[in-house]
Design a protein. Structure first.
Length: 265
């Protein structure tokens, strides 16, 4: 079986199987059955094994030759002229510290300065969740043009990584098929997970020009009323009093200078 062969390959890079078992917390006799193919790990043991070897659970079920290629690429043992396959690109970057990221799973109200409408804060709803060993994101923006009343709806799907106590979110605009948004976040403090502050880079929905803004993600729970949360999405004037004062202090009254990004070349 491929999973048994893949496990044997991983263990061949360790000092001993006994040491692997102690580190994972699995009985040696039971682990030997996994290595021989006599049985497969339970969902819990599978997660423990994958956490130890820093791999995705789905990878362990790959064909043995493909799995071996990925491990060689990750370890840097592939030849200098070897090019990564499309599935290997960013493999090492996402999800990064998956175990550390799980503490951030749930729903957030996100805030940043609007560059389509000066003097407004753009509020959206984001969800961080786990799927197939990856940490994924989904963001929904619903805004009404304060001048003309037109509705702008944007939906983003992406992947999330945690490295060096920094959360990296890369999202793709699915409805319009025309934008990628990148966000870097970090907790206000190591013990405070309610507010994540950082910087977001993207395109303004109206002028379609690049911008950068401070951003704040405010945690609202792991099980919420989605419709109620989406009602809070939209544009809010900076002086409206409807934005959490703590959030406003982080965002500041004015966005970052974006003149350089809007230069005509």
């Amino acid at each position: 079986m491929d999973i048994a062969q893949n496990l044997r390959l991983l263990c061949s890079r360790e000092k001993s199987i006994s040491e692997v078992c102690r580190a994972i917390g699995i009985n040696r006799q039971q682990f030997s059955k996994y290595l021989s193919g006599a049985s497969q790990p339970s969902a819990y043991n599978l997660n423990q094994i994958c956490d130890h070897f820093s791999i995705r659970s789905a990878d362990l079920f790959l064909p043995a030759d493909e799995f071996a290629g990925r491990i060689e690429f990750r370890s840097g043992r592939a030849g200098k002229n070897t090019k990564p396959t499309s599935s290997q690109l960013f493999r090492r970057a996402f999800p990064g510290d998956r175990k550390g990221l799980t503490r951030y799973l749930g729903y957030y109200v996100t805030h940043c300065h609007s560059f389509s409408w000066d003097g407004y804060i753009l509020r959206a709803v984001s969800w961080l969740y786990e799927q197939d060993g990856l940490i994924c994101s989904k963001t929904i923006e619903r805004t009404h043009d304060p001048d003309e009343g037109n509705l702008f709806l944007s939906k983003y799907d992406g992947q999330v990584s945690l490295m060096g106590n920094r959360i990296f979110v890369v999202e793709y605009q699915g409805l319009a098929d025309d934008a990628i948004v990148e966000t870097v976040l970090y907790p206000s403090s190591r013990s405070q997970l309610t507010l994540l502050r950082g910087v977001t880079f993207g395109l303004s929905s109206k002028q379609r020009k690049p911008y950068v803004s401070r951003c704040v993600w405010k945690y609202i729970g792991s099980n919420i009323d989605i419709k109620t949360a989406l009602k809070s999405a939209g544009l809010y004037r900076i002086d409206s009093g409807h934005v959490d004062p703590k959030v406003m202090r982080i965002l500041g009254e004015r966005p970052f200078p974006n003149e350089l990004l809007n230069q005509e070349f």
